[in-house]
Design a protein. Structure first.
Length: 252
């Protein structure tokens, strides 16, 4: 039986009076890649941000329903948001390394969260960069500015930054949209490697990417979850006509 890492129950989300998500019920399994697909404006990124409460920062935002991570409702008033966002990390469309050195990008999180002594930081940096396949290339360049890296390397660095603070869930919002096809292939290969130890939820407009990397797919339209299932079934024998129309390009 697959363990459900994230359980979303009767989730409604509003930007002021506008309802962006409508009665969403979705269970996301542990240590798999789940892809969220759908046309622009259907609520994909909104849902992703509900999973680490980044939408709390939006004026007028309102959430109804439950989001359980490891059985705990993250929308309870007692939730420690710093701890939540350390556990549930986000990778954005465009790489956003801090404008500091490569070393300090990785060491920053462990330092501010105070779970590592200064003498432990070099080991954390090495382990994190090794996990994303950057250590051999960058071990002699750790004092260099992170913004000097290529786009692919910057995105890998941002993922390493999450691993350094011991994130458990990786949320990826169009993580390859700013990358060329070769860099995209390498990031997808990294995602498949990381799923052995992490639960990954990816938002993508790229149907081929969803088919390549994910185990399960959720199709959203106008804030509603239309269909959810194994990637193979969704792309070969979808149950809903709306899903078939979207994945075959007849709609969206």
């Amino acid at each position: 039986m697959v363990d459900q890492k994230i359980q979303i129950k009767h989730l409604d989300f509003y930007y002021g009076k506008f309802q962006a998500l409508k009665e969403v019920n979705l269970s996301i399994p542990e240590r798999e890649i789940t892809a969220i697909i759908g046309p622009s404006g259907c609520g994909k990124s909104t849902l992703l941000r509900c999973l680490n409460r980044m939408n709390d920062l939006v004026s007028g935002a309102k959430v109804e329903g439950e989001v359980l991570i490891d059985g705990e409702d993250i929308y309870q008033p007692s939730t420690d948001l710093v701890r939540l966002r350390k556990k549930v990390g986000m990778v954005f469309q465009r790489p956003n390394p801090f404008p500091i050195s490569i070393f300090d990008n990785i060491a920053y999180g462990p330092s501010i969260h105070r779970f590592a002594a200064k003498k432990e930081l070099p080991g954390i940096v090495e382990k994190s960069l090794e996990a994303v396949g950057l250590w051999d290339a960058l071990k002699g360049r750790l004092s260099e500015h992170a913004l000097a890296l290529s786009g692919e390397q910057q995105q890998r660095l941002c993922i390493a930054r999450l691993l350094a603070v011991e994130a458990d869930i990786l949320l990826m919002d169009e993580p390859c949209s700013a990358l060329d096809p070769i860099a995209t292939e390498r990031i997808e290969e990294l995602m498949r490697k990381l799923q052995k130890n992490y639960t990954i939820v990816i938002v993508t407009h790229n149907m081929q990417q969803a088919a390549r990397v994910s185990s399960r797919v959720a199709y959203f339209y106008l804030g509603e979850l239309i269909e959810f299932g194994s990637t193979q079934r969704i792309f070969t024998t979808p149950l809903r006509q709306e899903t078939e129309d979207y994945i075959t390009g007849r709609f969206g």
